[in-house]
Design a protein around this ligand. Structure first.
Ligand code: F6P
Length: 441
């Protein structure tokens, strides 16, 4: 029987609307973006419609706090119009094949939520409200300083004046704020960034995927280092997969890596903490490897204990394991051509596709989100492409050509709206035979 070219996933979802609820500076946009990144990575077209952007695009950026006063009828009408323009576009996008649309606004009154619910219901789209409630003043303060002061709303405005104005804006919204009630709608309430999660009438695939993500989301800054194992004997020969040992070059990389992580963890821990009280020390680094020898051997010189996950094993090349790319081209030209035509979805006979790799990494992503310590992930080219695509919010179909060279540490530091990236090449550059040709066609 012919191997199916495309794998089966719970795709083709009926459209869903997620509508954010909360006062300004409660992390709504950050949550909306994290949901978008996660669902898009899992293969579900997801898009955020941010009402603040509609206001800035249509009316310009600078509106003083009194523009947001619920008693200011003129301004209220304009803001409602902006919200409806965003909702029109959202519904049109879902009508055109989108799966999950996120309506990113304060939606802080029952009247507004009723309009949103009715308009979505008319189209047959279920709505879940995602309310972020935060009573922790320190978190709100950090949010204001890290995101709002960088917003175009306050470009060129003195920082203390901007904070004062933004606090006045929050106070205006607070006067009219009504929390979502049980009778009103389905909801997920996130209290103090995941300290508590409350669910009401949550059914179906999309909301069920979101709960573990939202439960484990946090704002503690910490680095995530991604690296391939050191060069293996198979890398030297250009052979795919297998379970080979490290080459002498690979052993040297493992030693360099241990020294690098120790120094870098110390440096960043000190920079993030208080004087004399680092945010973390090198021994706090959580190390993950795959279950294959080359990643475990790479972790050996590290002083931290490592955890090995089968989910981190390299893409299974099925009948092509142990072959070179040239051999596949000559002996199985149909495989070579089909994979080159759609490297993301092509599943090796009796092996895996990149799409399959993403599905098996899903539980690990939740675990990675949960961890608050710095993390070092020692894995393989295809698996790291998939992890990197998630963390850097790259479209999943671009995974197969993302550059993840050997002997390079990719440092990613999550921020409110993404990740900061740095790359460190440790020791001489090494490239496995034949890799460049297929990785960057
Ligand atoms: O060549 C090293 C390797 O990790 C192989 O084991 C694996 O099959 C390959 O990279 C994945 O990269 P690509 O998807 O570009 O073939």
């Amino acid at each position: 029987m012919r191997q199916p070219l495309y794998s089966l996933h719970p795709r083709d979802l009926s459209p869903h609307v997620l509508a954010m609820v909360g006062l300004p500076a409660r992390g709504k946009t950050s949550i909306a973006r994290k949901i978008t990144r996660y669902l898009s990575w899992l293969g579900h077209p997801t898009r955020v419609f941010n009402v603040g952007n509609y206001r800035r695009n249509l009316l310009g950026a600078h509106h003083p706090a009194n523009f947001f006063d619920p008693q200011n009828r003129e301004a209220r009408r304009t803001l409602d119009e902006m919200a409806m323009a965003a909702l029109d576009d959202l519904l049109a996008w879902l009508g055109g094949g989108g799966e999950v649309a996120i309506f990113d606004a304060t939606n802080s009154t029952r009247a507004r939520r009723q309009i949103v619910s009715e308009r979505c219901r008319d189209k047959g789209y279920p709505v879940v409200f995602i309310e972020s409630i935060c009573g922790d003043e320190a978190i709100v303060e950090t949010n204001v300083r890290e995101t709002k002061l960088r917003s175009p709303d306050y470009e060129g405005v003195d920082a203390s004046e901007a904070v004062r104005d933004f606090r006045a804006r929050i106070a205006h919204y607070a006067r009219a704020y009504e929390t979502v009630t049980d009778l009103e709608s389905s909801y997920i309430k996130i209290i103090d960034v995941g300290r508590q999660l409350m669910l009401n009438r949550i059914h179906g695939y999309v909301p069920a995927r979101l709960v573990p993500l939202l439960m484990n989301m946090h704002v503690a800054p910490r680095p995530i280092w991604l690296t391939r194992h050191g060069e293996s004997i198979f890398n030297q020969q250009g052979l795919l997969g297998g379970d080979a040992d490290l080459s002498p070059h690979g052993e040297a990389y493992a030693r360099n890596l241990a020294a690098f992580i120790r120094g870098r963890a110390r440096e960043l821990g000190e920079a993030s903490g208080m004087p004399g009280e680092p945010a973390w020390i090198p021994d706090d680094v959580v190390v993950w490897t795959s279950s294959l020898r080359r990643t475990m051997q790479t972790s050996r010189p590290l002083t931290q204990r490592s955890i090995s996950w089968r989910a981190l094993d390299e893409i299974d090349a099925g009948v092509c394991e142990g072959m070179t790319y040239d051999e596949i081209r000559l002996k199985m030209p149909h495989v070579f051509e089909a994979r080159s035509a759609d490297k993301f979805r092509y599943r090796y006979p009796r092996g895996e596709s990149y799409e399959d790799v993403i599905q098996r990494l899903d539980p690990l992503i939740i675990e990675l989100e949960r961890q608050r310590s710095p993390m070092l992930v020692i894995a393989h080219q295809a698996v790291l492409r998939a992890l990197y695509a998630y963390l850097m919010d790259k479209p999943p179909h671009t995974c197969p050509s993302l550059p993840i060279p050997l002997h390079t540490v990719i440092e990613l530091i999550p921020t409110a709206y993404g990740c900061e990236e740095r790359r460190f090449q440790l020791g001489p550059e090494v490239q496995s035979v034949g890799e460049a040709a297929i990785a960057h066609p």
